[in-house]
Ligand binder design. Structure first.
Ligand SMILES: Cc1cc2nc3c(=O)[nH]c(=O)nc-3n(C[C@H](O)[C@H](O)[C@H](O)COP(=O)(O)OP(=O)(O)OC[C@H]3O[C@@H](n4cnc5c(N)ncnc54)[C@H](O)[C@@H]3O)c2cc1C
Length: 629
């Protein structure tokens, strides 16, 4: 950049930035509520506009003005998986008529900057506002001992609030899927084809056999390296003789943007699907959704595709009478099909923070120092500067000694270059729903320090939880219990992960930036020796959060006795009902579930196209059995 000639426009732009280079007035709390009010106003306007259009359909000039109620495919949820499947089905020559029903609307403008994205986490217009039930051995420092679940409620889904990390996981993760399903096509080697399909790789580890390079792909993957401390991160790991290979991140784009004007796609926003409708032969023939206080029934000629996410897909199945029969009876829902595994097997990667580790001046993001008019303008005009930093800038995987699986890491560590200033506790308390008092006390002596935090994630937890219905009201939140640390080995493993991080920050590479772990003990863990294993266990049990890598609630498997869907993602015991979202993963990959979900969605789109291309041929032969399994 330094060699490039400055145009008059660039000179004027840089001058303007200098003029505006002073901090915002007020504190971070004011900024939180200002952002929230602004985005709520935008959300309300968008809702009102939709409702006006509903009453005057002819004035709706987009390609979405189709008001029929029968489609080829109905996709429930326009999130990560739903929007990708729709995009691929539209790419075929078949001219399928597709309806996407999305409970939310558009993602907010806050989504664009990784830092401002944190402000989305409390936005009840664009997230579902879910919390877990109180945890017994975890989340002690969280409000009501509940973990906060950030689930996107807008086109683009949870990816809108995500960390931007593209990480597929370990081949052995997918070997477990092969074992669960008995279907070898789910192996990592065979799945590469679908990973590549989504990827437009521009990273540093070129390899045509494992990366996708198509410019028309949906996800642009670039190598990390622009941020300070990533160098120390990589060199410190090399010092510990750990591998440093293939770091990557992705930049989310709205997958559907270019599809929105197609005539055969209709996207209905503010449409919460509350029931799947079946005919007498157990074919999913459509859904009922609620919009503008009205219940509307729509039908699918071919399939109903569920992509409502890891909590709402099992919720919708149970509301429709498909789930554990005793539970459904207990809350007064008529059982359509008993499927014991709906809502079971919830796997979530518990995460805690190691740090803060203070470092030399000006190496990290300090909101009070770096959140200025000029950095905001620079980011929104030019997509550059400190607000473009990924909040998770370095990523590493590690096998703990207790796991006895050196080739299959069970810990993921991510570097977060966020300094500590007098408002940090407010950001943490609000974003992570922490109980008042803990962070205030913990950070009391560390103000205006450049620092990093290292998120330590138990990537392959042994504990399993569940999602259940609270009652038969579709608008009630589901009862979510991740059962964190119910298996003792989970606490031991995460604490061992923290010990590794400690040795990483003690390497000569980190000494060069004067890295020092603060010597204040986490409130509630004072009785343990700082930096000891029991101390780290205590921190993990107090300061527990979900990093959003969640799955398993409609797991894929062999039969109705061990799962909810088969390896073709079709729901057992009924017909023409498919699930394509994070709920189907049988076990969590140790990478990001979003990355795995995109691969699943790519595959699902191919399965659907294959099935219906053959179905047409079969129909011609008059041999349609109508059976899915
Ligand atoms: C904070 C956070 C950070 C993350 N960071 C990463 C990362 O860096 N890398 C990575 O790989 N993964 C990441 N993940 C995980 C990833 O975002 C999810 O696994 C993935 O987005 C799940 O996709 P999905 O299609 O299953 O669900 P979603 O993307 O959540 O889509 C579900 C959609 O369905 C809609 N919906 C729900 N119920 C209904 C209904 N009844 N009717 C109509 N619509 C409905 C929702 O509003 C939503 O739009 C992160 C998750 C979180 C929470």
């Amino acid at each position: 950049m330094g060699n490039e000639k400055e145009t008059p426009f660039v000179t004027a732009f840089l001058l303007m930035l200098k003029l505006f280079n002073y901090p915002l007035p007020g504190n971070i709390g004011d900024l939180f509520s200002l952002c929230q009010r602004l985005s709520h106003t935008m959300h309300l306007s968008s809702y009102s506009l939709d409702m006006i259009m509903d009453h005057n359909p002819r004035s709706y000039k987009s390609g979405n003005s189709d008001h029929r109620n029968t489609y080829d495919f109905i996709i429930v949820g326009g999130g990560t998986a739903g929007s990708l499947v729709a995009t691929r089905l539209l790419d075929t020559k078949n001219k399928y008529k597709i309806l996407i029903l999305e409970a939310g609307s558009e993602p907010t403008w806050l989504t664009h900057s990784p830092f401002f994205n944190l402000f989305n986490w409390n936005n009840n217009d664009t997230t579902w506002g879910y919390y877990s039930s109180p945890q017994k051995g975890a989340c002690i420092a969280c409000r009501k001992k509940k973990v906060k679940y950030v689930q996107g409620k807008a086109l683009g889904g949870t990816m809108n609030v995500g960390w931007n990390v593209y990480s597929r996981g370990n081949p052995l993760d997918y070997a477990a899927w092969v074992e669960a399903t008995g279907d070898s096509s789910w192996s990592y080697e065979k799945s590469i084809k679908w990973f590549k399909k989504t990827e437009n790789y521009r990273g540093k580890f070129d390899d045509f056999s494992s990366h996708g390079y198509s410019q028309t792909s949906t996800i642009k993957v670039t190598a990390q390296g622009i941020q300070p401390l990533v160098k120390e991160w990589l060199e410190g790991a090399t010092h510990l003789k750990l591998n440093t290979t293939d770091p990557n991140d992705y930049q989310t784009q709205s997958l559907l943007k270019k599809e929105i004007w197609r005539k055969n796609l209709k996207i209905t926003r503010f449409a919460q699907v509350n029931k799947i409708v079946f005919d007498s032969k157990h074919y999913a023939k459509g859904v009922i959704y609620r919009r503008n206080h009205q219940d509307i029934e729509v039908h699918a000629n071919k399939e109903v595709i569920l992509a409502a996410g890891v909590f709402n897909t099992p919720k919708l199945l149970m509301l429709s009478g498909i789930g554990p029969s005793q539970h459904l009876r207990d809350i007064g829902i008529k059982v359509k099909k008993n499927l014991e595994h709906v809502g079971q097997n919830l796997a979530d990667q518990p995460t805690t923070f190691f740090g803060p580790v203070t470092v030399v001046h000006d190496k990290t993001f300090l909101p009070r120092r770096n959140l200025t008019y000029s950095t905001i303008i620079q980011y929104y005009v030019n997509q550059s500067g400190i607000l473009g930093w990924d909040m998770l800038s370095g990523l590493g995987y590690y096998s703990t000694p207790s796991s006895q699986s050196p080739d299959h890491p069970n810990i993921a560590v991510t570097l977060m270059p966020m300094g500590v200033d007098p408002d940090t506790h407010k950001v943490v308390n609000t974003a992570l729903s922490m109980k008042h008092g803990y962070m205030e006390k913990f950070l009391r002596d560390h103000k205006d320090n450049d620092a990093v935090w290292l998120a330590v994630t138990l990537a392959r937890p042994a504990s399993r939880g569940s999602v259940r219905l609270k009652n038969d009201d579709p608008h009630s939140h589901p009862v979510i219990d991740p059962n964190y640390f119910m298996e003792k080995e989970d606490v031991t493993n995460i604490a061992e992960g923290m010990t590794l991080v400690q040795s990483l920050t003690n390497t000569p590479q980190w000494s060069q930036v004067d890295a020092k772990l603060v010597d204040t003990q986490f409130p509630g863990c004072e009785k343990f020796k700082l930096k000891s294993l029991p101390y780290y266990e205590c921190v993990a049990q107090h300061f527990t959060l979900s990093i959003g890598n969640i799955g398993g609630t409609c797991r894929m498997g062999k039969t109705a006795e061990d799962s909810v869907v088969n390896s073709k993602l079709l729901v057992h015991k009924v017909k023409r009902l498919r699930i394509v979202d994070a709920s189907v993963v049988p076990t969590l990959p140790n990478g990001g579930t979003g990355t795995a979900v995109m691969m699943i969605a790519e595959r699902a789109a191919d399965m659907i196209t294959d099935k219906w291309t053959h179905e047409v041929a079969r129909h011609r032969d008059k041999s349609d059995s109508g059976s899915d399994e």
